[in-house]
Design a protein around this ligand. Structure first.
Ligand code: GNR
Ligand code: NI
Length: 171
């Protein structure tokens, strides 16, 4: 087990499009274990391999209060059910200081495999649906600040500058 470093905006490695997993071996299981450890340590609801500089389509999610319901999504994709949008705000471990709703689909059907390569589908609504869409965006090199208005982006950049200064002082 190992804690992995989480990349932060504007790191260009967050922009890569991750490659599908083709072989389900011990190496993949080790990555999944390390990603789960890193997600729990960072107190995130989810983590995509792209965020820890691994160029593979692997996601871990745990939206439970008790932090004991890990879900593994390898080569995930989804289809929207209906057109209802979620107003749940979302944050990102790679984009500190930004927190807002992006109007994601509220209801999706997820298709993915587990760490053994077994295909499954799962109906997701609410926070789980938002989280799945957020993580798949990471695998495609997208971040939650990409489509926001100029005004919101300027506010975010200002806040980020402040956060970075505080981090520097704390070192
Ligand atoms: O910790 C996280 N919380 C969260 C809240 C609402 C919607 C999505 C998320 S994912 C985020 C962790 C993260 O950055 N995953 O990529
Ligand atoms: Ni994120």
């Amino acid at each position: 087990m190992a804690l992995l470093e989480i990349l932060e905006y504007p790191d260009e490695r967050l922009r890569r499009v991750a490659k599908p997993v083709k072989q389900f071996d011990e190496y993949i299981k080790q990555i999944v274990a390390d990603m789960l450890e890193t997600m729990y340590h960072a107190q995130g609801a989810g983590l995509a391999a792209t965020q820890v500089d691994i160029d593979k389509r692997i996601v871990v999610i745990d939206i439970s209060e008790t932090r004991d319901q890990p879900e593994v999504l390898i080569n995930p994709s989804y289809k929207a059910v209906g057109d209802k949008r979620s107003e749940l705000p979302e944050g990102c471990l790679s984009v500190p200081g930004f927190y807002d709703s992006l109007g994601r689909y509220d209801h999706i059907i997820l298709t993915a495999t587990d760490a053994d390569g077994n295909l499954y589908t799962k109906e997701c609504t609410g926070i789980m649906a938002v989280c799945v869409q957020h993580e798949i965006d990471h695998l495609d090199g997208k971040l939650l600040i990409d489509e926001i208005s100029m005004l919101k982006k300027q506010r975010f950049e200002k806040k980020l500058t402040k956060i970075r200064k505080m981090q520097e002082r704390a070192r």
